[in-house]
Write a protein that binds this ligand. Structure first.
Ligand code: HEM
Length: 509
């Protein structure tokens, strides 16, 4: 036993420390044709770059962006403990290769167990099946109409009254929390026809929402383990954070199970014409296998709740410190809809659309996405991939690459997405290649809810900004910190005060 402890101490601490102090071992990015070589986190025998992982805890997205911006091919090979390698890339050609050209060689692997076999997590035949039936249902005109009705009612009956009250009392709200509640109610109503009333004036704690949050956080924290075997052991022995994760998963699944049970009963009682939500549509089209439907429910919640709320939280912060953008958006809202009604078409809001894209460039709701190579391969930039390696493409880093966005990449500039149409004299939105801006992913797995997300976000922006100014409660010096628990968050929330805009119609609601 004594010998084992001595050997383990030597291998785990003394040897790495020796290399840390006495060697100049610098990892390098693959050389570009220019021959430029830049520094990567130091790597040591056994523990790889674990010391750097520990040092960058809580800022992995920023750290990867810094490293990638120095790599000539915008790709680096990350050395994890026990010789494991992970490729991280911000190179659009590689992204296209992973997400489209060699799609079947880069499945998701098994990182996020609480998502089960839902569309978000599944691979192969399971994914194809989920994608096929959902994409059909996502694309109907009637769903779009339903989304509009749900969003508008949540906006006028819940969000606007809460903001009005905060304005009247000059109280501080956590806008991130409010937007998450808004998005949670919305997605539950759209996907399941069920109203959890999570956004109500008392801002109740909902056990399911907390469990869901815990499951996301603990799953994402697995990345920070130097030896993944540690969390796997904790999982096997049902200890600590893995025990908490197990409980959170079970609560999440119980919530989803109840939704499915009630939906089944409802479908028995009602005619299919009366039920318009996504789940009823899927079940009515003949898919009612419980396990499959429960996984779908969880996938829809993760897809719909955290993404739009994260996007809007950062958007409102950026608007609060970029007055010219706020002014342009207001002009557009009033021009589109001079009578000030919230419910009109938002399709023509090109400046708002550009501002949302620009905001998600800098603060993407899904900052990184990882696949697992199913075989050996070589990426277009020459990086060698071995079977079983994790391959991550990084939208957060990609939005910050000078070679992709120019010297002014750090500026919040919706104008970079706009062009003036000379014949009509109107602004025109100019989209980017999906592989350069993979904020909604790209290729066969591109986000199914993209159109629905823009529709919701634009209606919220129009509804809120027409009547209110959102002002950071901590003043102009407020510098939020970007963190990621699979989806992104503003660390500690976004405390704001709400001011009623002069001449707005808030009192008429
Ligand atoms: C700003 C809002 C949104 C962003 C940035 C976004 C982004 C993404 C991303 C990056 C993925 C790929 C995730 C992965 O494979 O790991 C994805 C997939 C997906 N999204 Fe979205 N999403 C948004 C809103 C929504 C909404 C509102 C829905 C509606 C329920 C939705 C439904 C889906 C679905 C079903 C998938 C799975 C597609 C597949 O794997 O085939 N998304 N989304």
């Amino acid at each position: 036993m004594f010998h084992f402890v001595v050997l383990a101490t030597f291998l785990l601490f003394i040897l790495p420390l020796y290399f840390f102090i006495f060697t100049k071992n610098k990892r390098i990015c693959p050389k570009s044709s220019s021959g430029y070589v830049s520094k990567l986190p130091r790597s040591y025998p056994l523990i790889g770059s674990s010391l750097a992982i520990i040092a960058n805890k809580g800022r992995y997205s920023q750290w990867f962006a810094e490293i990638l911006s120095q790599c000539p091919t915008r790709t680096f090979v990350f050395h994890r403990a026990l010789g494991k390698r992970q490729i991280v890339t911000a190179n659009p050609s590689n992204v296209q290769h992973i997400l489209k050209t060699k799609f079947s060689l880069y499945p998701k692997g098994d990182l996020v167990d609480f998502l089960g076999n839902g569309i978000f997590n599944a691979d192969g035949a399971n994914w194809k099946f989920g994608r096929q039936i959902s994409s059909h249902e996502f694309n109907t005109k009637s769903l779009r109409k339903f989304v509009e009705t749900v969003v508008d009612s949540e906006l006028s009956n819940r969000l606007i009254p809460i903001l009005s009250e905060a304005a009247a009392n000059n109280s501080v709200l956590d806008l991130q929390d409010i937007l998450q509640r808004f998005a949670f109610d919305n997605i539950c109503k759209i996907a399941f026809g069920f109203d959890p009333e999570y956004l109500s004036p008392s801002l109740p704690q909902a056990a399911f929402a907390v469990a869901f949050e815990d499951a996301m956080r603990i799953s994402s924290e697995r990345f920070g383990y130097i030896f993944p075997v540690t969390w796997k052991l904790k999982r096997a022995l049902n200890l600590g954070s893995e025990k908490q994760l197990k409980q959170a998963i079970s609560q999440t699944r119980e919530f989803a199970q109840n939704i499915v049970k009630e939906k089944k009963q409802e479908l028995k009682d009602k005619s299919s014409l009366e039920t318009v939500d996504l789940l009823s549509r899927i079940m009515n089209s003949g898919h009612s296998d419980d396990a499959f439907v429960i996984d779908m429910v969880i996938s829809f919640i993760i897809a719909g709740r955290d993404t739009t709320s994260a996007a809007l939280t950062w958007f409102f912060w950026l608007i609060s410190c970029n007055f010219h953008v706020e002014k342009e958006i207001l002009n557009e809202i009033m021009m589109e809809n001079p009578k000030g009604s919230m419910y009109d078409e938002v399709k023509g809001m090109v400046y708002t659309h550009a501002s949302l894209c620009e905001s998600m460039r800098l603060y993407p709701p899904v900052p990184a996405d990882t696949k697992e190579a199913a075989g050996d391969d070589v990426l277009p930039d020459g990086t060698v991939v071995k079977k079983g390696m994790r391959v991550t493409y990084h939208p957060y880093a990609m939005g910050r690459m000078e070679n992709l966005w120019g010297k002014d990449w750090a500026d919040f500039k919706p104008e970079r997405w706009l062009e003036r149409d000379e014949s009509e004299g109107k602004l025109k939105f100019v989209g980017r290649d999906n592989f350069l801006y993979p904020v909604f992913q790209a290729g066969p797995r591109i986000c199914l809810g993209k159109e629905m997300a823009f529709l919701q976000m634009k209606r919220v922006v129009a509804g809120v900004l027409r009547q209110f100014r959102v002002v950071p409660a901590l003043g102009e010096a407020f510098q939020p910190v970007f963190i990621s628990h699979l989806t992104s968050k503003m660390k500690g929330g976004f405390p704001v005060r709400i001011e009623v805009r002069e001449g707005s119609k808030v009192n008429e609601l």
